[in-house]
Design a protein around this ligand. Structure first.
Ligand SMILES: [Zn+2]
Length: 246
């Protein structure tokens, strides 16, 4: 990666030295580019993750290759930082839910990155120098965090309240559950567990899809999405989730 013949340290320092100055101060010396091309922006993200996971440090940065970084990520994934950051959360229950056959593989991946707080919301992009403010496009002076994006934003809140009502209608025992506990999959385990998980995962997938397509969300649109997902779910071999009346 910092091979002295082809990709010299000087070269990397010129392109990404400023972005990496906190993690690898040695790269901060010398002249720097004014505008960083996308290729180097990606390199910065990769390098930051690698430094955080102790794969790259000042001692080995001269020898380590990009390929080796990917190999390291794939063979020995670092324990998610979120676990040590929030040891009070019931991680066994959370991972049981992430493993549930109620979730589609896509939904499981999506929720994994939400729970580990690496979903590319604007606040995260801002931290990675890829968004100017980190603020929500719709709500003035409000950082777009995961709870904001999925549950508090003026755009998504009506849909979230609708989902919450569907859940608590079926399981009044969850009536006083804080929203964040639903998002972190650490709400109390009750009888309607599968339906709750199905509703929550459909909701998260819906918000994510609309966001990716840059479409507005609405309760009606969600109802259509939910009906379609429920139909597909009941056609396949999945755990029973009960009847969904809309
Ligand atoms: Zn907002």
């Amino acid at each position: 990666m910092l091979d002295s013949e082809t990709n010299s340290k000087k070269h990397l320092s010129y392109w990404i030295g400023i972005q990496m100055r906190r993690d690898l101060p040695e790269l901060a010396n010398g002249p720097h580019a004014e505008i960083i091309p996308p290729y180097f922006k990606h390199s910065v993200n990769l390098l930051k993750e690698a430094v955080n996971a102790d794969i790259v440090n000042l001692g080995n940065m001269g020898a380590v290759k990009t390929k080796a970084i990917y190999a390291e990520f794939n063979s020995t994934p670092p324990p998610p930082k979120i676990i040590s950051k929030h040891p009070e959360l019931p991680w066994e229950l959370i991972y049981d839910r992430l493993d549930s056959c109620v979730l589609s593989p896509t939904c499981r991946d999506l929720w994994f990155i939400v729970i580990n707080n690496i979903y590319p919301n604007k606040q995260r992009l801002h931290r990675l120098n890829q968004h100017e403010t980190g603020n929500c496009a719709k709500c003035i002076n409000t950082q777009e965090t995961n709870p904001h994006l999925f549950m508090e934003c003026a755009n998504t809140r009506p849909v979230w309240l609708f989902v919450r009502e569907l859940i608590t209608d079926k399981q009044p025992g969850l009536l006083f559950t804080p929203c964040i506990d639903f998002m972190n999959l650490c709400y109390t385990k009750l009888e309607g567990e599968n339906m709750t998980l199905f509703l929550l995962s459909t909701f998260v997938a819906f918000i994510h899809d609309c966001r990716r397509a840059e479409e507005n969300v609405s309760v009606n649109k969600f109802k259509g999405f939910l009906k379609n997902c429920y139909f597909k779910y009941t056609q396949g071999k999945h755990p029973d989730i009960g009847v969904l009346n809309l």
